[in-house]
Ligand binder design. Structure first.
Ligand SMILES: [Zn+2]
Ligand SMILES: [Zn+2]
Length: 202
């Protein structure tokens, strides 16, 4: 049974912060392999636990066997092994680390050792982001509500984002939000023109 390689579109999410781009390469382990390996770990280590008690100094061995068996079973049951990863903390932009070979599920919580928050690495699809922006009314928002910066489309890790030039707000560039950004930029331009005309009139 071979592991299959995949690099799904992912982002790093932390409540109240703009999504941060990330890239991850994963080996996906086949489910039967994971189940078998997890079951085997339990059988072997939990199986020897009662017998290990006879070995001096007695007490640590059964506890250790139970612990190791449980740890390995959880480790083997996870869906992915990390091949490579790059991403930044959504809060402080510090680079995050996920070592090669780590066993994870998605979504996966990472710890930022710079600001000590725990952003979540999750897969996303443009269709799902579009649905969230339309159905749940997650509109374009600046970080500061009085911000009058312009939206521009930028590619971060080859993912299209809409970013504000002034306050650093960032959204996935879905069709709905692209249109909202174009409208907001246009309104901003008109207001500027009006202000210019106002200056001429005074
Ligand atoms: Zn951080
Ligand atoms: Zn802004």
């Amino acid at each position: 049974m071979r592991s299959s390689f995949q690099a799904p579109p992912v982002h790093l999410i932390l409540r109240a912060y703009p999504p941060a781009p990330a890239r991850v390469g994963l080996w996906r382990r086949p489910l039967p392999f994971r189940m078998a390996a997890a079951a085997l770990s339990l059988m072997v280590f939990w199986g020897i636990a009662p017998w290990s008690f006879w070995v001096p100094p007695h007490y640590p061995w059964p506890v250790l066997s139970f612990g190791v068996g449980a740890y390995l079973a959880v480790w083997f049951s996870r869906s992915y092994r990390v091949r490579w990863f790059a991403g930044q903390c959504p809060r402080c932009a510090h680079p995050l680390e996920l070592p090669r070979g780590a066993a994870i599920n998605l979504p996966h919580a990472l710890t930022c050792f710079h600001c000590h928050f725990e952003p979540r690495l999750e897969a996303f699809t443009e269709a799902e982001e579009e649905r969230i922006s339309v159905d749940e009314g997650h509109n374009l928002r600046h970080i500061r509500s009085e911000c009058t910066g312009n939206w521009a489309e930028v590619a971060l890790f080859r993912q299209p984002y809409l970013a504000c030039s002034t306050c650093g707000a960032r959204h996935h560039a879905t069709p709905n939000l692209r249109q909202a950004a174009a409208e907001e930029n246009e309104t901003g331009r008109l207001l500027e023109e009006l202000a210019d005309e106002g200056r001429y009139l005074c």
